[in-house]
Design a protein around this ligand. Structure first.
Ligand code: PMP
Length: 397
């Protein structure tokens, strides 16, 4: 065994889970993606998807994607910067900027690339990034790649954020980077208070709307948490992805022209990678059109979300501070979390396990997420199976 293999072999978590028969990853979906999917030839209810508006299977979205392949081909074979810009990229950027209320937007190939490529590009050695301890891994990646001083604050804790702001030199750039809705816990960022602190300490704010675009927004607009809080002018950079409500893959950053012109010419994750495929770009664009035209989809998502939140509370499940379609069912034990995932799957319910090191060992949870297309009957089936298994394993009395 090479030294490298020897070192890598010491990672045994996956091997142990496989040996115990509770390995929950890489389950292969063999069907279209909706509230029901087929895995290993068996139909299961999908409560683990981020396709909040249920658009991945929408005929118009599929059609737009197919037409784009017919017209533009399959791959881009180049960076946006050089030979990889299509008219549909630029069109989508204009639509996104207008949708979130900013001057301009840039489409990246993934949401991960946006956070990594923006944070590392706009902050330098003299600057500061202040980040919430439960921010998404891609924000943390952006922090790692950035030469700036990184200051972590406790989750949604304004006292902790203020303490960190006080450590920064007053005349240096300070960027507060937060998730709009936290991806595992489902709680909403305390944006009004963050904006107050940002103004007090002359800091800038960037919000990741991955789980809030298509979900939050006034009058079921789906425009996101920034719009819902009425702080669009106070948030300098709005980030979003296409991999959730917009039924595709890709991401964007929106802001003023100065910031985006800088990013277009300096962001390595934008310049040194091939641009989003025609199929992905057209699908996101059509999904955005549907989101704008059909607020009733967002309303349906909230109706089923409230139904599920009420039901889990009534069952006595510990669901933390969520108020969104992401519902964490806290288990607080790695092995039990794996075991429940497996038992639920056998009962026809797909959910995602969230275990350490993604969260602290005593914060492990089952992530239950909803789509606008789920029915109450489907959620009732989940309640029934979850209640039974939680009691069996002592999670519920
Ligand atoms: N930000 C957040 C909050 C996310 O949850 C995710 C994906 N899970 C990303 C960014 C990355 O997005 P993408 O899947 O488009 O790379």
């Amino acid at each position: 065994m090479s030294l490298l293999s020897d070192k890598l072999y010491r990672y045994d978590a996956a091997r142990n889970a496989r040996a115990a028969g509770i390995y929950p990853y890489f389950r292969e979906i063999q069907s279209d993606q909706d509230t029901e999917v087929v895995i290993n030839g068996k139909t299961v209810l999908m409560f683990g998807s981020n396709a909040y508006l249920g658009l991945t299977n929408h005929p118009k979205v599929k059609e737009a994607s197919i037409e784009a392949v017919k017209k533009y081909g399959t791959g881009m074979a180049g960076s946006r910067f050089l030979n990889g810009t299509l008219d549909i990229h630029v069109e989508l950027e204009k639509k996104l900027a207008e949708f979130v209320g900013k001057e301009d937007a840039i489409v990246y190939s993934t949401g991960f690339n946006v956070n990594q490529g923006v944070l590392s590009c706009i902050t330098g050695r003299e600057d500061y990034i202040l980040w919430d301890e439960l921010d998404h891994a891609s924000i943390i990646e952006g922090c790692r790649v950035s030469y700036s001083t990184k200051l972590k604050f406790r989750h949604n804790d304004m006292e902790s954020l203020e303490k960190q702001l006080q450590k920064c030199e007053p005349d240096k750039v300070k960027l507060i980077a937060v998730d709009g809705v936290f991806s595992m816990e489902g709680d909403v960022v305390n944006l009004p208070e963050i904006i107050k602190l940002a103004k007090k300490y002359n800091a800038s704010v960037m919000v990741d709307e991955a789980h809030s675009l298509g979900v939050l927004g006034s009058n079921y607009s789906g425009k996101g948490v920034v719009e819902q809080c009425g702080v669009t002018d106070d948030v300098e950079l709005i980030m979003g992805t296409f991999s959730k409500s917009l039924a595709s893959i890709g991401g964007f950053i929106a802001g003023d022209e100065i910031a985006l012109d800088y990013l277009r010419h300096n962001s390595r994750a934008y310049i040194f990678t091939a641009s989003a495929t025609p199929a992905a770009t057209a699908a996101a664009s059509m999904a955005l059109d549907i989101l704008k035209a059909e607020p009733e989809r967002v309303k349906a998502l909230w109706d089923i979300t409230h139904y599920a939140l009420d039901g889990f509370r009534a069952m006595g499940c510990e669901i933390g501070h969520t108020s969104t379609p992401i519902i964490p069912l806290f288990i607080r034990d790695n092995e039990k979390t794996f075991m429940i995932t497996k038992m639920l799957f056998e009962e026809g319910i797909f959910v995602n396990p969230v275990v350490s090191p993604a969260v602290a060992p005593n914060d492990t949870l089952i992530r239950f997420s909803l789509m606008a297309t789920h029915t109450k009957e489907q959620v009732d089936i989940a309640f029934d199976k979850i209640g039974k298994i939680f009691k069996q394993l002592g999670v519920l009395a």
